[in-house]
Design a protein. Structure first.
Length: 198
């Protein structure tokens, strides 16, 4: 009976060393790679089967060409809007038809400016949405639908960029037409009655 309770010193040494190892490294994660045992700290990172999933370079090139045009439209609208606002005379009774044309022009410029700013937001949302999908692909590499969704989002963004370019053109043409047709009323909203007296 006494021989059963007796602990072999070699086994006791192994148990003590094991106990010391597990208590001294509580936050370490261990993975066995091939035949070598290595210790890694931190979060587990998945590797894409084909390497890193990069941005769609064709779309990035288009976006890099479109963004300066959007910013330019915003700046031009802001400048013309300020010019028209400075031409608006003080509030008086009488002929205010020219003033209403100025106010409509300012409102149209404000609308175009806010639409152009929304185009920049749309581009940012595209990158955010795509990044979320790519992270899901990394997390669930066996789900093919995520990969297909990235392709679909890229195609949708290409169509959106084409529409944005068309809208930029349309907004320039519309503003040019509106301002050109009403340029005299914008510059001089109230006609002077002194000319008609003599």
């Amino acid at each position: 009976m006494a021989s059963l309770l007796k602990v072999d010193p070699e086994v006791k040494l192994k148990v003590d060393s094991f106990r010391e190892r597990i208590t001294s490294e509580p936050n370490m994660k261990k993975r066995k790679l091939e035949d070598h045992e290595e210790t890694f700290q931190g979060t587990k990172v998945f590797v894409m089967p084909n390497g890193m999933l990069k941005s769609n370079q064709q779309l990035v090139d288009i976006i890099e060409k479109v963004k300066p045009e959007i910013r330019l439209l915003i700046e031009k609208c802001n400048t013309v809007k300020m010019w028209v606002q400075l031409l608006i005379p003080r509030i008086e009774d009488g002929n205010n038809f020219g003033v209403s044309i100025q106010e409509e022009t300012v409102a149209e410029l404000r609308t175009v400016e806010s639409e152009a700013a929304s185009y920049l937001d749309q581009i940012s949302r595209y990158y955010i949405t795509r990044a979320k999908l790519v992270s899901k692909i990394a997390k669930y590499p066996h789900v093919e639908d995520y990969r297909r969704t990235v392709t679909e989002i890229d195609e949708k963004e290409y169509i959106s960029l084409r529409l944005i370019i068309s809208e930029l053109r349309n907004q320039y043409v519309t503003l040019h037409d509106m301002i050109l047709k009403n340029i005299e009323k914008i510059k001089r909203p109230r006609s002077s009655n002194a000319e008609t007296l003599y």
